[in-house]
Design a binder for this molecule. Sequence first.
Ligand code: GAP
Length: 462
Amino acid sequence: MTDGPDTTFEMKADLEILSSLAKRRGFAYPSAEIYGGFQSTWDYGPLGVEMKRQIRELWWRWMVQSRDDVVGIEAAVITNPAVWRASGHVDNFTDPLVDCLECRARVRADHIEDNTCPSCGTVGRFTEERSFNLLFRTFVGPVEEDASVAYLRPETAQGMFVNFDNVMTTTRRRLPVGIAQIGKSFRNEITPGQFIFRTREFEQMEMEFFCDPAASLEWHAYWKAERLRWYREALGVPNSLLRLRDHESEELAHYSGATSDVEFRFPWGWGELEGIAHRGDFDLRAHAEASGKQLSYFDPEREEHVVPHVVEPAVGVDRILFALLCAAYDEETDERGEKRVLLRLPPAVAPVEVAVLPLSRKEQLVPTARRVWDSLRPHFRTQYDDSQSIGRRYRRQDEIGTPLCVTVDFDTLEDHAVTIRERDSMEQIRVPTEGLVAALRERIAALEPKMTAPASAPGEGR
Ligand code: GAP
């Protein structure tokens, strides 16, 4: 899945293939399936949760821990509804909605192509367009009345704005400062779907980068370059599946002066993976006005208060997971004419890094194989599989993207060595069990995408 000089990537996955693989192998199941599922809602299985954890981990390392200008927070999902009034979400967070007069399907007006109902194919028979607010309402406390209405957050971003002053005071930082958060967001989407691409409950990874207004356009350009680099170099997404696209003015969200999307070539075409918005001072000013608190930064050099501008890279964990499955899915025909399905995931996001496979279930092999597994579990995400033939087990591991398998055979009992088999090349090498962890680490490192230098930040080299 690493990037080559090519500009053409043949996508072999489609929605049907991926959602069925995801369910069959334990990445994601239809939610509450025993009750017939629930409206494009998904529950993640053992492999899906491991992969999501890795995605979050890589993002947090890259966006927070490895930087000297970003810190993290975790804000409440249900907070003071005044936040959503001030942010504009109560009034403006809407999608245009129409009903098909033929089949009664509710569809987003901006998703209709050629004036045709996506549900029944009827042309030009729609109700007048009206605005539909995406906020999920709930009631806090025992009484369901207007005074107790609250909202499930539709984005994590507002947690950063309302905590701006707290974070600046407690960390005693100077601009620029980023505040990052990972957490669930909720939107009453009119048309969720396309597997986990658009759901009503999803997880966001957002970072609000507060900077001097004079440098904010340069920071916007910087974050566009850095975020694209992350997809290529931390996640190994091929270049030809990624592009940056600037929003047209009529597409811009109510808070944004400029937004660029990192787009991914999904099986149905280009679609948004991540938004990189220039939010200006919209949010800090709105909250300052509504709360009566001063939300600004005292610049000690200029000796004046500045309302910082904000650049915001914002992405969904679920959407990244889906994009990674699309990019990783491959099918090959082996020398015997049999189909081999594999996920060419980089080890950093593979749910299982190393599978331990005893050649057979024969009693003599089991204690040794389990000892090898015991020795690897503290170091890697592992799986032990001893059911069915070794060939089928290799195929199962290929299909879930396990980069390396360790096979314990009868020779192991004599020579204290095992076979490492690589997913992509299917190459096999024999290595001593002593030093196996180091040998696996080395091979895993060799399989990860290569890093280049970061984009230069505004002000660097001046
Ligand atoms: N704070 C800005 C913001 O929320 P957004 O473009 O609406 O901007 C950011 O969302 C990212 O969150 C999207 O690029 C996408 O990756 C993810 N996202 C948004 N809505 C989603 C949904 N209904 N299902 C899954 N992911 C979603």
